[in-house]
Design a protein around this ligand. Structure first.
Ligand SMILES: Cc1cc2nc3c(=O)[nH]c(=O)nc-3n(C[C@H](O)[C@H](O)[C@H](O)COP(=O)(O)OP(=O)(O)OC[C@H]3O[C@@H](n4cnc5c(N)ncnc54)[C@H](O)[C@@H]3O)c2cc1C
Length: 459
């Protein structure tokens, strides 16, 4: 049957030309990109489709941020990403980089999500970045081979924003997609990493939970002795497989899982739980609606699981759920260079490096009960400028999880510290391009690197 169509009427819309740089997506990479562009002298507009800034960290209640250190404990992210961490720590919104009890990484960074949302908004406003909320970029206009304007539809109507350079930090490469940039394919028969909905439990007795860990250390991946969890303000656990398997066989859980991540705040009796999963293409609206239904069902089952099976959680309650379905992987641009598996595995260095990564390759199985690949990255690797630059389109640079990277490479580079470092690089590059009148692809890389280093970036 032929699909019914409608010809959308042409209309004339207002064109705003007040900005040098427009950043699309006010998330993990985008907030840093916007501040970076502003600090480098550009007039900046940040466009966010949602109702608050901060992206996945805030919307997904992330257990903790990571990516600031390599496997040896060496610092690999600095600059504006660090400035944001210092702001959080200085305002009591985070304890800073603390031990990862599972031994998966050296350090992790818990934050209070509500305080993070408010502080990141203040950071953006104080930096002199203009921003709009509820303002998704839904189309774009080209001039020759260059992006000339992005089009936004919000309560004020439909508006076009012209700029000298654009940064796509939408996670899904929406701007690059809108101007017809080539995308990397997931691969025949493969599926992207699953989407999830994190949730927060209240009423957790962590002391009783640690008793269980001491009695059943075989049920956990531990980087420290179970006794070392005692007296800590924050603990994190990776395991509970035997309890999950029992709950599945007894019909309390309708989905099979071999592990969950528990990130506990012992003082408040709260814990962020990473357990739910659903295989979906995050760029398909109907699939995301099905994901929402499936994941919220899993959250309710998980709550019943905790109350019935997990020592210390008998009186727990659902304190919060993520604001929306969380996406690990979707569109990635085909860039001038595709960061490859072996680049990440071998700690490759690049002449045009603009950011550094070192988080393990961390791939969740969309269909199975566990991970479909975790690999330690022994030596930090660099991310080249060319992986942020789309093929055959000028005026646009991307940062965050939509860069040009193989699936395994992205499974490491998608971590929030690395995304922030990329945001720093992309925002700075956009400002330098706007200032010099040069195209992004012909930017002087050495002067970009010198600027980033002077601002504390680790490259
Ligand atoms: C379930 C889950 C658990 C995770 N756990 C961790 C963890 O524990 N630690 C960690 O460090 N990382 C974790 N990650 C990974 C990390 O959160 C993300 O990969 C990273 O935040 C991606 O950053 P980003 O800037 O690319 O995207 P985001 O942070 O998602 O930002 C994208 C922003 O763009 C906005 N946007 C989208 N489309 C448009 C549009 N068309 N116009 C305007 N705005 C738009 C979005 O609303 C969002 O604010 C996790 C991810 C998931 C999904």
């Amino acid at each position: 049957m032929e699909t019914a169509t409608l010809l959308e009427p042409e209309r004339r819309i207002r064109l705003v030309s007040d900005y040098d740089v427009v950043v699309a997506g006010g998330g993990t990479a985008g907030v840093v990109a916007a501040v970076a562009a502003r600090r480098n002298g550009a007039r900046v507009l940040l466009l966010e489709r949602g109702g608050f800034l901060g992206g996945h960290i805030a919307s997904q209640l992330l257990e903790h941020r990571a990516g600031w250190f390599d496997a040896g404990g060496n610092r690999i992210v600095g600059g504006l990403a660090d400035e944001l961490v210092n702001l959080l720590v200085g305002n009591g919104a985070s304890p800073g980089h603390i031990r990862d009890d599972t031994g998966y990484t050296r350090f992790r960074l818990p934050v209070n999500h509500e305080e993070f949302k408010s502080l990141v908004t203040r950071w953006i406003a104080d930096s002199g970045v203009d921003f709009l909320l509820f303002s998704p970029v839904c189309a774009a206009a080209m001039e020759g081979s260059g992006l000339a304007a992005v089009i936004v539809e919000n309560k004020s109507g439909r508006l076009a924003y012209r700029a000298k350079a654009f940064v796509d930090c939408t996670g899904d490469a929406d701007v690059a997609h809108a101007v017809g940039c080539e995308m990397l394919s997931v691969g025949p028969g493969a599926a992207t990493q699953p989407v999830s909905l994190l949730f927060k439990l209240g009423g957790v007795d962590h002391s009783r939970m640690i008793d269980y860990v001491e009695e059943h250390p075989e049920d956990f991946k531990m980087g420290v002795a179970p006794q070392a969890l005692r007296g800590r303000a924050f603990i994190n656990l990776w395991g509970f497989g035997s309890l999950l398997n029992r709950a599945y066989s007894e019909g309390v859980l309708s989905f099979e899982r071999n592990e969950l991540h528990h990130s506990g705040n012992c003082a408040t009796g709260e814990a962020i739980i990473n357990l739910t999963r659903y295989a979906a293409d995050a760029t398909e609206a109907q699939e995301m609606a099905r994901a929402e239904v499936a994941l919220r069902r899993q959250v309710l089952e998980a709550l019943a699981f905790f109350r019935k099976y997990v020592p210390g959680c008998e009186k727990s309650f659902l304190a919060a759920t993520a604001a929306c379905v969380g996406v690990r992987e979707s569109r990635r641009i085909a860039g001038v260079y595709e960061l490859r598996d072996e680049d990440v595995r071998t700690g490759r260095q690049f002449d045009d490096a603009v950011a550094t990564g070192g988080f393990p390759i961390d791939s969740h199985d969309p269909r199975g009960p566990s991970m479909d690949g975790t690999e330690q990255v022994r030596k930090a690797y660099q991310i080249p400028f060319r992986s942020l630059v789309p093929l055959a389109r000028d005026g646009l640079i991307v940062a965050g999880r939509c860069i040009s990277a193989s699936r395994r490479a992205l499974a490491s580079a998608r971590i929030s510290g690395t995304c922030m470092a990329m945001g720093h690089a992309a925002g700075t590059a956009a400002a330098l391009a706007a200032k010099s009148g040069k195209s992004l692809r012909s930017l002087d890389i050495q002067s970009l690197q010198a600027t980033l280093r002077a601002q504390g970036a680790v490259i």
